[in-house]
Design a protein around this ligand. Structure first.
Ligand SMILES: [Zn+2]
Length: 368
């Protein structure tokens, strides 16, 4: 009869909370006989124990019965023990056994579904982040398309405020007037209200923030030999702003939270301020540079400004002996191929060009 024994834990009055190890066995009369393994514990006998599923995930069998001193239960856990218990059980137990064995299945499935959902919920942000990184370019494009012009102008204000903290900006005087005259012709018909600033900095650099804020470093102004050379750089910078390259660069540098803030119209968020701060170091892709060259050149032609100045200025920057390369060349990746393209395009253009009504030397004398 030993082979038909099944192991479990016995619970009942006077026994430890965790129960005690015990063997169960159905006798010839169909009664459950439970023999505790501990010596000194009497055998228990139950005529018709209740059988139900129990334990975590309902994977255990619980055989319970009443004795004068209270309720007892034998809990059978192991797979082999459970099947031995079921196989040797008397007929009157069959229905209860069948119900107790079927139950774990449905519960387990519900449980698995629960874990699946939980895993999904936990992984969603991660999944979103991965998708965002994989599609950062496309997401940035999509967002940039959705940003209204008014919002772009407010972003420009933010950049301006940040730039004022970093460098001294001049917003009036002959140099600024010269920029406004040349720039005005390059930005005719733009949806933005352009504003021109000179930064008191020795580097040969310039940048256009979203929304029509253009900052030219005094180092660039004093490096330009003619108003047409200056116009060439301005045309290129204006093109970056008009093509929303600067905006796109800022958007790409932002986190999702800031993007939501930007789309929702809340640009006071200090996350955006961080992006604005980095605008001066923003580097554009080669494609963006080519696009800005082409668009800038078109602006010069439309304004009847000689495009030879643009070529000359880039040539001079590339060949001039300097201890460090001009900042303009490091933030606007130049290549020989780009300059070759520009030379070919400009050579094919026939004027006539109108001279710019600006005396650059006199306008920038105060900056030297
Ligand atoms: Zn550029």
């Amino acid at each position: 009869m030993h082979g038909s024994q099944f192991q479990g834990r016995l619970f009942g009055p006077g026994l430890p909370g965790a129960g005690i190890a015990a063997s169960g066995q159905w006798d010839a009369l169909g009664r459950l006989r439970v023999t505790p393994h501990e010596s000194g514990q009497a055998e228990r006998c139950a005529d018709r124990p209740e059988i139900a599923a129990a334990g975590f995930n309902n994977a255990s069998l619980r055989l319970s019965w009443q004795q004068p001193e209270g309720a007892y239960a034998l809990v059978v856990d192991g797979v082999d023990d459970r099947s031995r218990c079921a196989a040797t059980a008397p007929e009157h137990c069959n229905r209860q056994l069948a119900a107790a064995v079927r139950q774990p299945d449905t519960l387990e499935r519900r449980f698995r579904l629960g874990w699946g959902l939980l895993a999904l919920v936990l992984l969603m942000p991660l999944l979103g982040l991965v998708l965002f990184l994989l599609n950062a370019d496309r997401v940035a494009d999509w967002v940039v398309d959705k940003i209204p012009v008014a919002q772009e102008a407010r972003l420009g204000e933010l950049v301006l405020a940040q730039t004022r903290l970093q460098m001294k900006l001049i917003d009036r005087g002959p140099a600024v007037e010269a920029l406004a005259v040349i720039g005005g012709r390059l930005t005719e018909g733009s949806v933005h209200r352009y504003r021109w600033f000179v930064a008191e900095r020795p580097e040969v650099n310039a940048f256009a923030a979203p929304g029509g804020v253009v900052v030219v470093f005094s180092g660039l102004l004093t490096s330009a030999a003619t108003a047409e050379e200056l116009a060439g750089v301005l045309a290129h910078e204006v093109a970056h702003a008009e093509l929303r390259h600067s905006l796109r660069g800022m958007v790409k540098g932002l986190g999702l939270r800031a993007l939501v803030a930007l789309l929702a119209g809340d640009i006071s968020d200090n996350v955006l301020t961080g992006a604005a701060t980095r605008l001066t170091e923003l580097r554009f892709s080669r494609d963006a540079e080519r696009e800005a060259d082409a668009n800038g050149l078109q602006r010069l032609v439309t304004a009847h400004i000689s495009p030879h100045g643009m070529v000359r200025f880039y040539e001079r920057l590339a060949t001039e002996q300097r201890p460090t390369p001009p900042a303009l060349l490091s933030t606007h990746p130049a290549s020989g191929e780009r300059l070759d393209w520009l030379r070919r395009e400009v050579a094919a253009l026939k004027g006539p060009w109108q001279p710019l009504p600006v005396n650059l030397q006199r306008a920038t004398a105060s900056l030297r």
